[in-house]
Design a protein around this ligand. Structure first.
Ligand SMILES: [Zn+2]
Length: 313
């Protein structure tokens, strides 16, 4: 009986150990892989592959590859070594890249269409405003001439009975010119009034566009929501959601590649690693460089990283 209890306990313990190992082993594997990855960062290039680029982005894989080349250079020139290496999808790689087409890129396309519209309308408006101001100028000159002639006419009329023949002729000529001017002035006045209405209409049209533009922009947010780097266990993925142009795409990719090698957000509006994607610069700032040095010189930095990753950054 005693033997049976001992045997059963032994079997139970063995079963529990096996279960525990089965449960923790994958975690150990992930941890080991994680430590390997973190330890080789900046020492060995991180490999990445384009897994999927949604066609609706209207960008070819070659163009994405070119954007990545520029993005890599931002950090590699500073570090003076290869930090990233693009490989084929079927090859083993540390990080996958996926372009996800959703409302964000759609909105972005709309925004850039409106932007183009606004600038086209504005340039038409500028030309019209220019014409208008020339018209206004000529109207004012004519008005001055008219006023001068009326004064002259009145002074001649005042001594109508003592005028020489020459002066009488002059009076007639002035009278004719005044009549002419009156017709032209009223014509121009009508035109100018029409122009003012037209210009005001265009201005309010452009303002409506700007309103729509701001609304779309506002809904879009300004932080790096256009792309993100997600690291869960050994699954490391750069997701790209929207980019208004290829140069902005390089900047986005550069930011995310920075996260891949452990860079944190830094201050400075122009910084690649700034939290908000407002600048268009593709050169690292002093803050970026300091952050790159910190991340690549990671004695003890791994702990910080692990803590941050656990916070699901
Ligand atoms: Zn970021």
């Amino acid at each position: 009986m005693n033997k049976l209890i001992r045997f059963t306990s032994f079997v139970l313990v063995v079963v529990m150990v096996v279960l525990w190992l089965g449960y923790t082993f994958p975690k150990f594997k992930i941890l080991a892989e994680y430590v390997r990855f973190e330890n080789t960062i900046c020492k060995k290039p991180v490999t990445y592959a384009l897994r999927n680029v949604d066609q609706r982005f209207g960008i070819t894989e070659q163009e994405v590859a070119d954007a990545f080349d520029k993005a890599e250079l931002v950090w590699e020139l500073e570090a003076s070594k290869e930090l990233f290496q693009r490989v084929d999808t079927h090859q083993k790689h540390d990080v996958g890249v996926v372009f996800v087409y959703d409302s964000r890129q759609e909105t972005s396309t709309k925004v850039s269409d409106i932007e183009k519209q606004i600038s086209a309308k504005s340039s038409i408006l500028d030309t019209e405003k220019n014409d208008f101001s020339q018209k206004e100028q000529s109207y004012l000159m004519m008005l001055t001439e008219y006023n001068t002639l009326v004064a002259e006419y009145n002074s001649l009329i005042a001594r109508k009975n003592q005028l020489s023949t020459e002066e009488s002729d002059q009076l007639n000529r002035i009278g004719q010119r005044i009549d002419e001017l009156l017709v032209k002035l009223s014509e121009q006045e009508r035109e100018i009034k029409g122009d003012v209405v037209n210009i005001n209409k265009q201005v309010s049209d452009i303002n409506a566009d700007i309103g729509a533009y701001n609304e779309l922009q506002g809904g879009n947010g300004e932080s790096f929501r256009e792309a993100e780097y997600v690291s869960i266990g050994n699954n490391r993925t750069i997701f790209v959601y929207e980019f208004p142009s290829k140069s902005v795409l390089s900047r986005l990719l550069s930011h995310e590649l920075g996260h891949v090698i452990g860079l944190e957000h830094v201050a400075g509006e122009d910084s690649i690693m700034n939290e908000y994607n407002t600048s268009r610069r593709l050169t690292p700032t002093n803050e970026d460089v300091a952050e790159l040095n910190r991340a690549c010189n990671r004695q003890g930095a791994i702990q910080t990283l692990i803590a941050e990753r656990l916070n699901n950054k």
